[in-house]
Design a protein around this ligand. Structure first.
Ligand code: DHE
Length: 572
């Protein structure tokens, strides 16, 4: 463990480094800007020519489309109507002209446009073709509706051919599902023995795993929108059903309300912008609902509002669906999906990820590009309030719940853009003065944090910083003692997780802590390039000492980890 002063210096260096234009390339930081790789593989037609269109060959058009979807669409939108980046519709691009576009792509802007040319990430030829491409009408990727979903849907093991009880000896509630991002797989790892019990082939770069309320079925969603449903009761846990629900997706969840356990699954997609409700035993698609519509405040039409985080209410038969660009949170009532009732809550634009408070009644979710967190009361299906987090780009994952020595129950989020961790009061009953306010802002390692984590039996708050430009910081984790948070400037301990992993090559980043079921140890991914060694480091929560390094040639690019019990019960 290192002293605060060293880390203070590192944090300062990191904050200076963050002022530089964003670097792109095949790095985790670049991977963080949505990269619509699957969409990039689609063949699209050149839209009808307009007078004055630049000359572009079909081969150039298809190359530019791929580049655009992989590198630009995440910020500027698939249809170029703008999202966090500016609109690039032809009325704008034609007015600016070819030279302007070429130079803008080459040099970037202080407003956040990366310097694709001078950073060496795009060649002159690619920039030339991209500048010409932007002067032509954008192509429209195909829709993906019920017929396509049904065609992709497979039940590999029929429901009546599946076991009626658990057929293996695994301690299922303490199993971890670990994303092996670039391998297109998940590893199921036993929480007690640290053995990989199974590697399951999944969609491309699985984003998250979620578990059915009973703990039996594990669902994964790939960026290519493929869902795998894995039956953990089988002697050899395997995929029993799968489906592809779109071209690009990030979220999947299952029904949790009493009486509806394991009954439905839901998944949301980035393209097409929609969600689908499926049968919880077979993944049969039952209902597809578009999220296209009006932005919550300006009431202007948005053609591609992406579905971000989805969680399942514990208080009502409802799924809670974040619609990013329109800033709406949908409470989708699944008690009667033929007569679907959806409560649309006006929240804030650019909704991304979030989680419940410790009572599971309130859902706190980041509108990240607006530096805000929206609070939803899932019992009343209503917006409680929207909070400025006092930091830059909140990114909570599911957040962390703590019992603050001074302010009572609080929920935490760290930030991508700075070192702060906002603690928000979540107890309107006993701590009304603190409820839904940032009661404290901690300073952790530096910007580039993605996830915070704690556990009801732990006295610690862990904060990662995987996207920090400083290699030492991005390989470390800050730990705050919850009992000391009443001090003026709470100190933290630095765990050099990357160093503990003992990896000789590459520049691995340490990402996403996840507790075991008991809350006595926390696992971190040491995420290296796909041709280099990666690891999972297990830390003893009580002593903050290294407990185990899990290494295996199969552990390729581990990122998210999902403990079965904590995930199904929303414990964090
Ligand atoms: Fe994630 C959660 C979207 C990049 C690891 N990520 C989420 C969620 C969304 C999302 C919408 C919430 C899902 C839910 O709760 O239903 N993530 C995106 C992106 O659009 C983005 C920025 C770029 C992209 O092209 O995908 C992106 N995410 C990343 C990464 O680069 C990470 C670090 C590594 C990886 O595996 O790709 C990453 N995201 C994660 C993880 C979670 C997640 C581990 C779940 C955290 C949790 O504790 O619940």
């Amino acid at each position: 463990m290192k002293s605060m002063s060293t880390i203070g210096r590192l944090a300062l260096l990191a904050s200076v480094a963050q002022d530089k234009p964003k670097g792109h390339g095949d790095t985790p930081a670049a991977a963080y800007e949505p990269s619509l790789n699957t969409l990039g593989q689609l063949q699209v037609e050149i839209p009808g020519r307009k007078p004055g269109d630049p000359v572009i060959t079909p081969a150039e058009f298809s190359k530019a489309t791929q580049l655009y979807f992989e590198r630009c669409a995440g910020c500027h939108g698939v249809l170029r109507k703008g999202a966090t980046g500016k609109a690039l519709t032809t009325d704008i691009t034609r007015e600016n002209g070819y030279e302007y576009l070429r130079d803008f792509i080459t040099y970037g802007s202080p407003g956040g446009m990366p310097n694709w040319g001078t950073s060496g990430d795009m060649t002159e030829d690619n920039i030339d073709v991209m500048a010409r491409y932007l002067l032509i009408e954008p192509p429209q990727p195909p829709e993906y509706g019920m017929p396509e979903m049904r065609e992709s849907w497979k039940v590999l093991v029929a429901v009546d051919a599946r076991p009626t009880k658990q057929m293996n000896d695994f301690d299922l509630d303490n199993l971890f599902s670990v994303t092996l991002r670039d391998a297109g797989q998940v590893a199921l790892i036993d929480g007690a023995t640290y053995e990989i019990v199974k590697i399951v082939d999944t969609g491309y770069a699985v984003h998250i795993s979620r578990i059915s309320a009973s703990g039996r079925y594990l669902f994964t969603i790939g960026r290519d929108a493929r869902i795998n449903m894995i039956d953990l009761w089988m002697e050899d846990p395997s995929t029993v059903a799968e489906i592809k629900i779109g071209a690009e997706a990030r979220s999947v969840e299952t029904s949790k309300f009493e009486g509806y356990e394991d009954k439905y699954a839901i998944a949301g997609s980035y393209w097409p912008p929609q969600y689908v409700i499926m049968d919880g035993d077979t993944l049969e698609p039952l209902k597809v609902v578009s999220t296209r519509g009006m932005i919550y405040d300006t009431q202007e039409y948005h053609p591609e509002p992406r579905v971000a985080a989805i969680v399942a209410s514990h208080f009502k038969p409802e799924f809670i669906v974040n619609v990013k660009e329109t800033g709406k949170i949908l409470m989708v009532d699944y008690s009667d999906i033929k007569n679907l009732k959806v409560t649309t809550i006006e929240a804030e634009r650019f909704l991304h990820d979030g989680g419940f408070d410790s009572t599971k009644r309130y859902f706190l979710t980041a509108a990240n590009a607006r530096n805000r967190v929206a609070v939803i009361d899932t019992k009343e299906s209503k917006l409680v309030t929207i909070i400025d987090t006092e930091g830059q780009t909140p990114h909570p994952g599911r957040g962390a719940n703590l019992m603050h020595p001074k302010y009572g129950p609080v929920w935490a989020t760290s930030h991508l853009g700075d070192e702060t961790v906002a603690l928000i009061g979540t107890d309107p009953e006993s701590h009304p003065d603190q409820a839904w306010k940032v009661v404290q802002s901690l300073e952790a390692l530096g910007g580039g944090s993605l996830f915070v984590k704690s556990h009801p039996t732990s006295g610690n708050l862990y904060v990662d910083a995987p996207l920090n430009p400083d290699a030492e910081i991005s390989a470390s984790v800050a730990v705050f003692k919850v009992s000391e948070l009443d001090q003026e400037e709470p100190e933290y301990t630095v765990l050099p997780i990357g160093e503990w992993a003992g990896i000789a090559e590459g520049q691995p980043r340490v990402v996403q802590g996840e507790f075991n079921q008991e809350g006595t140890e926390i696992w971190f991914s040491v995420w290296n390039a796909k041709d280099k060694e990666s690891a999972i480091v297990v830390v003893d929560d009580r002593t903050l000492e290294l407990k185990k390094v899990i290494k295996d040639p199969a552990l390729i690019t581990p990122t998210g980890k999902f403990n079965v019990y904590n995930t199904r019960s929303d414990v964090y």
